[in-house]
Design a protein around this ligand. Structure first.
Ligand code: NAP
Length: 335
């Protein structure tokens, strides 16, 4: 088995001094990869050198991943403190963030998290696997007074040392500005969609200016995402001629170029695969054969502002369409 020295994998430093590995393993099975397969991938990935695992309660596999972690600890392969475990409070648990944190810890078999995120900034939820037309009858627009209550519990978990770092996910500049104006503890990180066809330069720069790191989800463009998350205008980053050309020059798959680009840009990609050759390459590629400045610039030029995870199922009854979720003109819809 090929292994990668975790000490050779670059790290990103948060404003509080914490250092997160610059690449991690995603664990969302996109409705077709089973919890057991993902848990086995976590076990194998840590064995080959991964240290960052991106979990979430809504992925419905934290118990199985907890089983994999127990094996790793029992077999002496790693200690708890060697790992960086991220999880997220799901939308339907905004009223009980502490309860969600405790359940995640029980399921994963750990007594603290390295990073806990608010998965989405509103409490709107959906049943697993629903179509994009499905709507939560109780869905509401973003309300900062509610989010402030959610964030206060996150701050408490941080101050008690139960979550070593806290952050947001799927935030916009407008919502982040509000949070920054009222929070006691600034988020260390925002997890957001980022790949060569959706680079989010304004939000990325805004976060950077404010000392907030960025974790990039769907870093390869999530080619196997559920059908409900696909629309006819979506493009495929790994089929982009520029990505194919650069991949040929480095003798790797274009997916690997997505990972290299993300790490060199300073974001933290969390690519998903349960296939050892793929997840091994995604880690190894961050330790060798970097992209040139020219290649980085070429990739910068292929941004298509093409959001794949649009979040339609979170829309409230009076919302126009999914654009209302993303504050594209700088104002919060329904506010
Ligand atoms: N915070 C949020 O709201 C949020 C939202 C979405 C996702 N996430 C997180 O982000 C993670 C990653 O996103 P994702 O799973 O949607 O998409 P992704 O990582 O962009 O894409 C995964 C796909 O890329 C393929 N792939 C991976 N490595 C490859 C390689 N070296 N060569 C060729 N193909 C490769 C996989 O192929 P195979 O199928 O063949 O393995 C899989 O189909 C999730 O697992 C989850 O942890 C977070």
């Amino acid at each position: 088995m090929e292994t990668v020295d975790p000490n050779k994998v670059p790290k990103v430093r948060f404003y509080n001094g914490a250092e997160i590995p610059a690449v991690g393993l995603g664990t969302f099975g996109s409705d077709h990869v089973s919890a057991d397969q993902i848990a086995e991938a976590v076990y194998q990935a840590v064995k080959i050198g991964y240290r960052l695992i991106d979990c979430a309660a809504v992925y419905d596999n934290e118990k199985e991943i907890g089983g994999a972690l127990k094996r790793l600890f029992d077999e002496g392969i790693v200690k708890r403190e060697d790992l960086w475990i991220t999880s997220k409070v799901w939308n339907s648990m905004h009223h009980d963030v502490r309860g969600s944190f405790e359940k995640t810890c029980r399921d994963l078999g750990v007594d603290y998290l390295d990073l806990f995120l608010v998965h989405w900034p509103f409490p709107n939820s959906h049943a697993p696997g629903v179509s994009v037309d499905s709507r939560d009858p109780d869905a509401v627009p973003y309300r900062h007074r509610d989010f402030k209550r959610v964030w206060a519990v996150m701050e408490d978990l941080y101050e008690k040392g139960l979550c070593k770092n806290i952050g947001t996910s799927n935030q916009t500049i407008a919502k982040m500005k509000l949070l920054l104006s009222t929070c006691k503890v600034k988020p260390m990180v925002n997890e957001m969609e980022m790949h060569p066809h959706f680079q989010q330069p304004e939000l990325f720069d805004f976060l950077k200016k404010n000392g907030i790191a960025a974790i990039g989800f769907c870093p390869i463009g999530s080619p196997a995402r559920p059908e409900r998350d696909k629309t006819v205008t979506d493009t495929v980053p790994i089929q982009d001629p520029v990505m194919i050309k650069i991949a040929k020059a480095h003798n790797v798959h274009p997916a690997v170029i997505c990972v290299k680009w993300a790490v060199q840009r300073g974001q933290i990609p969390i690519p998903f695969s349960v296939k050892p050759p793929k997840f091994t390459m995604n880690l190894k590629c961050t330790t060798e054969d970097p992209l040139t400045d020219e290649e980085m610039n070429e990739i910068k030029s292929i941004d298509k502002n093409n959001r794949f995870i649009k979040g339609q199922v979170f829309l409230w009854s009076t919302a126009k369409d999914w654009h209302d979720l993303w504050d594209e003109d700088g104002t919060i819809a329904g506010w």
